[in-house]
Write a protein that binds this ligand. Structure first.
Ligand code: F6R
Length: 240
């Protein structure tokens, strides 16, 4: 695991955006896995800005969403589809033919998504955030290291952490790539920012393969980069 401890939140965001853009510039036909959440909003803003400045063509790049709530109408304002359209696809005029969204559960969503991943020869670089309870995607504590894409029930902590985004329906389930699925990506790039992630990062660094912290299942991945801002790193003691 490579740990990058940034000097500020801006620097952490900039680091993640430039690692993604560098990958795309070097290998335009890369497959990139996208995460959502508050942490990623400035990353997409920066990535869009940098891609425009670099006149980068993303026309050959393909994207996979990491997860999606179950039970929201298509394009609901709190859906990850809406999020990624708003923060990434529209600003860069990326057509939706270049992204895979998890199919609905009633359309054999998990199996079809796994098949699609296989057809695309897997993800080259998977962007990840982390929950305060150490979740990855919607793989909550107790998830299996080898879990595949599936429908998961959200924990009360995750439901309450996300509650402010919902005014109508509050989803209790989501479709998420499994930990085993995520681990198959050739590279993993996890960003944690803010004090609310400090305990999860401390726990992650002190535990290996611990079902109480799903992110700990990623630590033996050969190309796992963890980027931290000073707040997220405030409970750990790393010599740099
Ligand atoms: C989002 C996702 C989640 C978030 C995590 C952190 O696609 O998979 O695991 O990365 O819940 O969310 P924020 O960044 O809002 O704290």
């Amino acid at each position: 695991m490579r740990i990058i401890q940034a000097a500020s939140r801006e620097e952490a965001v900039e680091t993640v955006a430039s690692l993604i853009l560098e990958r795309i510039l070097r290998h335009p036909s890369s497959v990139i896995g996208l995460a959502t959440g508050r942490t990623m909003e400035p990353v997409y803003a920066r990535l869009c800005e940098d891609a425009v400045a670099a006149k980068a063509s993303l026309a050959q790049t393909f994207f996979f969403m990491l997860d999606e709530y179950v039970g929201l109408p298509d394009g609901h304002a709190a859906s990850f589809k809406h999020y990624i359209r708003t923060h990434f696809l529209r600003p860069l005029s990326i057509p939706e033919s270049q992204i895979a969204f998890p199919p609905a559960p009633e359309q054999d969503g998990p199996e079809r998504y796994e098949a699609l991943l296989k057809e695309s020869h897997g993800v080259d670089l998977q962007l990840l955030g982390i929950g305060q309870n150490g979740h990855i995607g919607f793989n909550e504590p107790g998830s299996d290291k080898n879990s595949r894409t599936r429908i998961v029930r959200l924990t009360p902590e995750t439901i309450s952490a996300n509650r402010s985004q919902f005014t109508d329906i509050i989803p209790e389930k989501a479709l998420s790539m499994g930990i085993g699925t995520i681990r198959e990506a050739k590279g993993l790039l996890l960003l944690a920012t803010g004090k609310s992630k400090a305990d999860a990062i401390k726990y992650l660094l002190n535990h290996h393969d611990d079902p109480a912290c799903p992110a700990s299942f990623l630590k033996d991945h050969p190309h796992f980069t963890l980027v931290l801002d000073p707040d997220a790193a405030s409970r750990i003691n790393l010599k740099i």
